[in-house]
Design a binder for this molecule. Structure first.
Ligand code: F0G
Length: 472
């Protein structure tokens, strides 16, 4: 499949852009190699759940970009100034001021991570029995909805399923379906619209400014606020800058400001584009909404000016937010992911195109066509990649319950790249392992789900190789 080269997003008159790492490395951590027998034993001990592996048994950890980034010198320096006061922390003020400046929202509620912000938003503003429409919700947001008796309803755009279409904005919301809901008999059940940028379950692809604007206008015409799940907001802004007509000369900061001007607030896991190791926030335009959420904040997370994290964490977020929208940083990040994507394409490994921002998504169903969906190809490939080379990845699946693709299920394996941690040589190693698996793909065993909890099952599921029971 044709890969979308990010260089195509640049005009010919620009200087050669060599998106090398815009930093040098001063602190390193050794990698630990394991033998195939050790990995096989580790898999069995973990009941074939890669989240249950000891990190020491992982050579290259592509499980997630969440909280796994390398800290910068400036973040470390800021953390030394963490104000750990219970109330009125100066670190909170710095974080609050940064968020106000970058996003334009007055009311900032710190949380211990993204899912806590989700919980505050949903518990405060979505009564039980309501319906929350979105482009797609990430697993934790969906689970928080369900846990509060709220029904999440996804409207991913049809282009996502056109796997040959080389357009990045496959995270868009299907506006016709959203409009039918907001103007239909169920409209009164909708407290707000929630759009995820970028759409993690749609291969981390972005939402265009045009689609966001249309969603915002539609929601507001129907009297509904629009909120953003915006943990990868900088990546989304980068796609807009490179690929949406009219934005090539806009700075990332200006695009970020425009994105958030279209919404009434956001929930953010600061563990992704804000490059913190823990933390998140809910930021709102409306004081009444903020008041409702604040009650929950004090009840569940902590006082208003620390929300379950330390002053040091808030300093890391305030600095990380600015580093996350730095153009050199973003170019390097996005082109590193594209590099992995392009090398995999060269080896004939089926991937979703174009590359996501934080991750490349393998088409596990295409790579392992001999497996049925019941044999969970996305997970079977992740297990095989660990077995082959000690690389940890994770299964992602998209299974819309509504719209033209209801009933379909796309099985993917995500290779997520932690910020500023691995070099392209580490990624070359991942490509080599996958190429080797590709050559003997027909021998890869399927997985059988043994048990999983009702909510957020993927994190805690237990499996066994399909057809070869090994667990008691
Ligand atoms: N929203 C999106 C789009 C996410 O990807 C995540 C987390 C969250 C919300 C929740 O944030 O972890 O801080 O509570 N994604 C991680 C991942 C777990 O691996 O993609 P959190």
């Amino acid at each position: 499949m044709a890969a979308l080269s990010y260089a195509e997003g640049m005009g010919n008159d620009e200087p050669i852009c060599f998106a090398m790492e815009p930093y040098k490395v001063r602190v390193v951590e050794p990698l630990r190699w394991t033998t195939r027998d050790e990995r096989e034993a580790a898999l069995r001990k973990a009941r074939f759940n890669l989240y249950a592996l000891d990190a020491d048994d992982v050579l290259i950890d592509l499980l997630t970009d969440s909280g796994t980034c390398a800290v910068s010198r400036d973040q470390m320096a800021a953390m030394m100034q963490g104000d750990e006061s219970y109330a009125g922390s100066a670190s909170f003020r710095r974080m609050e001021q940064t968020i106000r400046e970058l996003f334009g929202y007055e009311f900032v509620l710190p949380t211990h991570q993204g899912r806590a912000a989700e919980r505050l938003l949903i518990a405060a503003l979505a009564p039980a029995g309501s319906l929350v429409p979105s482009n797609t919700l990430f697993d934790t947001t969906r689970a928080n909805c369900v846990d509060h008796g709220v029904e999440p309803i996804d409207f991913p755009c049809a282009e996502f399923w056109d796997f040959d279409a080389v357009t990045p904005f496959k995270g868009n919301t299907d506006l016709a379906s959203l409009e039918a809901l907001l103007r239909g008999p169920e409209a009164a059940r909708v407290p707000f619209v929630l759009v995820t940028i970028t759409s993690n379950v749609c291969a981390d692809l972005p939402v265009s400014m045009a689609n966001l604007r249309a969603t915002s206008e539609l929601a507001h015409r129907c009297g509904k606020p629009l909120y953003l799940d915006a943990c990868r907001f900088a990546q989304n802004a980068w796609y807009i800058q490179r690929f949406e007509p009219g934005y090539r000369d806009h700075s990332i900061a200006a695009i970020v400001r425009e994105i958030f001007s279209l919404a009434d607030g956001c929930i953010v896991s600061a563990k992704k584009d804000a490059m913190a190791q823990i933390g998140g926030f809910l930021a709102l335009r409306n004081e009444e909404a903020a008041r409702a959420a604040r009650q929950r904040l004090v009840l569940a997370e902590g006082f208003l000016t620390y929300g379950g994290i330390t002053g040091r964490d808030m300093e890391a977020i305030a600095t990380g937010l600015r580093e996350g929208i730095d153009e050199a940083h973003l170019s390097c990040r996005m082109e590193t992911t594209a590099y992995l994507h392009d090398r995999l394409c060269e080896h004939g490994i089926p991937v979703l195109s174009p590359a996501g921002g934080h991750a490349v998504y393998l088409r596990a169903d295409q790579m392992l066509p001999h497996l049925s969906l019941d044999e969970v190809p996305g997970h079977a490939l992740a297990v095989e990649l660990y077995r082959e080379g000690g690389i940890r990845s994770t299964r992602m699946a998209l299974a819309p319950q509504s719209g033209p693709f209801a009933g379909k299920r796309l099985e993917m394996t995500r290779l997520a790249i932690p910020n500023r941690v691995y070099t392209r040589r580490h990624l070359d190693y991942a490509v080599a392992c996958l190429a080797r698996i590709g050559q003997r793909a027909g021998t890869v065993t399927g997985m059988r789900l043994v048990r999983q909890p009702a909510l957020l099952g993927g994190f805690m599921a237990e499996y066994e190789p399909a057809g070869v029971p090994v667990l008691a």
